[in-house]
Ligand binder design. Structure first.
Ligand code: NAD
Length: 377
């Protein structure tokens, strides 16, 4: 297959491309504008492959997108290009409307024209895979909201094929049927793009697939996001700013598990279907920060505990309190399950940052100095 990956120089897109080049015989065209979040260094280990091509293109530029499609004739598109940081969307929503909504619309229209002109198997087998987030669903009840005695967080599935989640007595999770209720400019722009993709399927018959995934973590994550920010600040002895009480719950998934899931969906998913992807790892932000501090203490011991650097700051405006994904559909229908537990994945992640501090320095130079974003509201 020849796959066109948009946003392939970003955190998840680069993991997808590394996975494809390292584990399949497929070809990849990486279409990326290279914003502050895009970095070709994240692809250094695969960029010499004959099966990899890079196109520096903005998805909002219709003529350029048309050219790339005509020139490379992809069998499928995996659409990851987006503005992705909630805090930046609070400070400047315009870019999110432009890339996430107008850009997705532009890509859909270009794809529709390209797909329409295809023939035979190439047309029948073509797929447009839109990669989205669980944040489109808004937030879920938090354990501290629940007065009822005995209600607890959902338990992980008991084994393969089980996956019965959100049972009586447990807090609910997001399923593919959960109504959309986005809270931030970021999640609202992603929700809009999801609606456009479904409309292009229903109205024009474009063969689409959608995935909504929980918070990812792992190597090559831009240092504005919680986990790399905390690791880098801790190593420099800087404060570890935790929003509000730090009790917000996210369902963490190791990025390489997400990449494997996406590659399965684009090849084996049912046209028109949505698959939720998650890691069965519900953790409060403060627990994540404690874990990072403790692993650092082990790998880079210092006299004073890294935990002493933790400081609380004003909460993010509109901050969602809890996300949790019921991933039983993709587990049952496509046989995907995460390979990493939070404990194994987070340890690998800390080790990766310790080994790649030069990458962190280079991607931050001239773009971001780990200052607080999105506080204004
Ligand atoms: P990222 O910010 O790390 O990377 C985004 C990439 O898109 C960058 O390489 C950037 O240069 C590129 N890009 C931005 N605007 C563009 C444009 N107009 N034209 C072409 N390229 C452009 O994002 P990420 O964390 O890798 O997320 C990828 C996708 O997955 C996004 O759609 C995001 O909504 C979704 N997602 C992310 C997470 C997460 O935890 N990071 C979870 C679920 C879903």
């Amino acid at each position: 297959m020849k796959l066109l990956v948009t946003g392939g120089a970003g955190f998840i897109g680069s993991a997808v491309i590394r996975h494809i080049i390292n584990n399949t015989n497929d070809e990849v065209v990486n279409l990326d504008k290279l914003t502050y979040a895009g970095n070709l260094e994240s692809l250094a280990e695969v960029s010499d492959s004959e099966r990899y091509t890079f196109e520096q293109v903005d998805i909002c530029n219709r003529a350029e997108v048309d050219r790339v499609l005509a020139q490379h004739q992809p069998d499928a598109i995996m659409h990851l290009a987006a503005e992705s940081h909630v805090d930046r969307s609070i400070d400047g929503p315009a870019e999110f409307i432009e890339t996430n909504i107008v850009g997705t619309y532009t890509l859909l229209e270009a794809t529709r024209q390209y797909w329409h002109a295809l023939e035979g198997n190439k047309k029948t087998n073509f797929r447009f895979h839109h990669i989205s987030t669980d944040e489109v669903y808004g937030d879920l009840p938090h354990p501290s909201d629940v007065q009822e005695e005995g209600v607890k967080l959902p338990s992980p599935p008991a084994g393969e094929g089980q996956g019965e989640r959100g049972k009586a007595g447990e807090l609910p999770m997001f399923t593919e049927q959960t109504p959309y209720a986005p809270s931030s400019p970021y999640s609202a722009s992603k929700a809009s793009s999801d609606h456009l993709v479904r409309a292009w399927h229903r109205t024009y018959g474009l063969p689409v697939l959608l995935t909504n995934c929980s918070n990812n973590y792992g190597p090559y994550h831009f240092p504005e996001k919680l986990i790399p920010l905390m690791i880098l600040n801790a190593l420099e002895g800087k404060p570890l700013p935790v929003y509000g009480k730090g009790d917000q719950i996210r369902d963490w998934l190791y990025v390489e598990d997400h990449a494997r899931a996406l590659c399965k969906v684009v090849k084996e998913g049912q046209v028109g279907e949505t698959y939720n992807i998650g890691g069965h790892n519900e953790k409060q932000n403060i627990e994540v920060v404690h874990t990072l501090c403790d692993i650092l203490q082990e790998l880079r011991p210092q006299e004073k505990s890294y935990r002493d650097l933790i400081t609380t700051v004003t909460d993010r405006p509109g901050h969602d309190r809890r996300y949790a994904i019921d991933a039983s559909k993709i587990e049952k229908e496509l046989g995907w399950a995460p390979e990493e537990t939070f404990e194994t994945g987070i340890r690998k992640t800390v080790q990766w940052y310790l080994d790649n501090l030069d990458w962190c320095q280079r991607v931050q130079d001239g773009t971001y100095q780990r200052e607080r974003l999105g506080a204004a509201g």
